[in-house]
Design a binder for this molecule. Structure first.
Ligand SMILES: *[C@@H]1O[C@H](CO)[C@@H](O)[C@H](O)[C@H]1NC(C)=O
Ligand SMILES: *[C@@H]1O[C@H](CO)[C@@H](O)[C@H](O)[C@H]1NC(C)=O
Ligand SMILES: *[C@@H]1O[C@H](CO)[C@@H](O)[C@H](O)[C@H]1NC(C)=O
Ligand SMILES: *[C@@H]1O[C@H](CO)[C@@H](O)[C@H](O)[C@H]1NC(C)=O
Length: 295
C-alpha cells in the first residue's frame, strides 16, 4: 500500500484519498506502518525497545536516545502517537521533529518539556529555516499527555506548515516569502525524528528544576507512525524534482493552502486557552519583532 510507505497520491485519486484520510484518522492503528520499515535508531540503540511497533525511548543517567526515518521527505504529512514520561519528568525533553542536515538546515519541532509530578507538561514548537530558529511558542495541553497516547502531526506544503495535536491545529507557519521575504522551508528534504534527552539546564521552570535521576529510567512511548509525504531521495533519480513540483499530491489541494473555517476557530480557541509563550509577543527579547510577526 502506497500510503504506508510514505508516497504521495496523485490528484486523480484525491477524492478517494480525502475520504480515506477521514477513515484513517478514525482508525489510525489499522493503517499504521511497520516501524522498522520507516525508522532506525540514530542515537543509543540500546535505549530503544520496539515491542511490535510500540517503541519505547529511554533516558537514564548514561544516555538519552533517538530514532530517525530512513528517508527524507519534502512536503506531506508526518504523525505519531506519543505517551509521555509519567510521574516526575522534570528536566527531560521528549521530541518529535523534522530536520534536514547541515548548517543551513530547516527544522520543525514539537518538544515536550517535562515537569515534577502533578505539574503540567508544556509543549514547545519551533521553526528553523536555513539554519535560523528563534521562533518558539509554548502551549499547555488540554489533557494529561502521560495518561494515554495522543497524536502529534506536521502538515507541510508550499503554503503553510500546520502543527496539529489530535487533529487540532495549534500553530500555523505561513509562507510569506514572496510577500515580505521571510524564508520558508521548501528546498530541502527533512528526516523525521523522535528522541528523549536530558535538558535540565533549561527545560523545566526555566532550568531551576533538575532531573532527579533516582526516578530514572524515563520512558516515552511512540506508536502509530504515519508518513504520507513525498520521498526525497536524490537529484539523480528525479525524486527531488518531483517533490518540488506543485499540484501532484493531495497536500497541494487549494483547500489546504490555509486552515478551514472550522480549524481557524479551533486555533483561536487553542491560542486563547493554551498559548503560554509566543516569540511574536516577546518585545523584551527582540528589539524589533521578526517580520513574520508583523503581518
Ligand atoms: C516489520 O518489518 C520487518 C522488516 O521488514 C519484519 O522483520 C517484521 O516482522 C515486521 N514487523 C511487523 C510487526 O509487521
Ligand atoms: C546511574 O544509575 C545507576 C542505576 O540507578 C547507578 O547504579 C549509578 O551509580 C548511576 N551512575 C551515576 C554516574 O550517577
Ligand atoms: C541560507 O543561509 C546561507 C548563509 O548561512 C546563505 O548563504 C544562503 O543564501 C541562504 N539561503 C537561502 C535560500 O536563503
Ligand atoms: C511546570 O510546572 C510549573 C508550576 O505549575 C509551571 O509554572 C511550569 O510552566 C510547568 N512547565 C514547565 C515546563 O516548567
Amino acid at each position: 500500500m502506497k500510503i504506508l510507505h510514505g508516497s504521495g497520491i496523485h490528484s486523480s485519486v484525491m477524492h478517494f484519498h480525502v475520504r480515506l484520510l477521514c477513515f484513517w484518522m478514525l482508525f489510525s492503528l489499522a493503517f499504521s506502518a511497520n516501524f522498522t520499515d520507516l525508522f532506525q535508531p540514530f542515537w543509543a540503540p540500546d535505549h530503544i525497545v520496539n515491542e511490535d511497533n510500540l517503541v519505547k525511548l529511554t533516558l537514564d543517567n548514561t544516555s538519552g536516545c533517538g530514532i530517525r526515518s530512513r528517508r527524507n521527505y519534502l512536503f506531506g504529512r508526518a504523525s505519531v502517537q506519543i505517551k509521555l514520561i509519567e510521574g516526575d519528568s522534570a528536566g527531560t525533553v521528549t521530541a518529535f521533529y523534522m530536520s534536514s542536515d547541515g548548517p543551513d538546515h530547516d527544522e520543525l519541532d514539537f518538544e515536550f518539556l517535562g515537569n515534577v509530578s502533578g505539574e503540567p507538561y508544556l509543549v514547545q514548537t519551533n521553526v528553523y529555516v536555513n539554519g535560523t530558529g528563534n521562533r518558539e511558542q509554548r502551549h499547555s495541553l488540554w489533557f494529561d499527555p502521560t495518561a494515554d497516547f495522543h497524536s502529534y502531526s506536521f502538515l507541510w506544503n508550499r503554503h503553510c506548515i500546520i502543527f496539529l495535536i489530535d487533529g487540532i491545529p495549534i500553530r500555523v507557519f505561513t509562507n510569506k516569502e514572496e510577500e515580505i521575504g521571510v524564508p520558508y522551508p521548501k528546498n530541502q528534504g527533512m528526516g523525521i525524528y523522535g528522541s528523549v534527552w536530558n535538558a535540565d539546564d533549561w527545560a523545566t521552570q526555566g532550568g531551576s528544576v533538575k532531573t532527579d535521576w533516582s526516578h530514572a529510567p524515563f520512558i516515552s512511548a511512540f506508536r502509530s507512525f504515519n508518513i504520507d509525504a513525498c520521498e526525497y531521495l536524490a537529484e539523480s533519480d528525479g525524486t527531488v524534482g518531483k517533490c518540488r513540483e506543485g499540484g501532484l499530491y493531495w497536500w497541494d489541494k487549494p483547500a489546504l493552502n490555509s486552515l478551514s473555517l472550522h480549524q481557524s476557530r479551533q486555533l483561536k480557541w487553542v491560542r486563547a486557552k493554551h498559548l503560554v509563550y509566543d516569540y511574536c509577543k516577546d518585545t523584551g527579547r527582540f528589539n524589533e519583532l521578526p517580520r513574520e510577526c508583523l503581518s
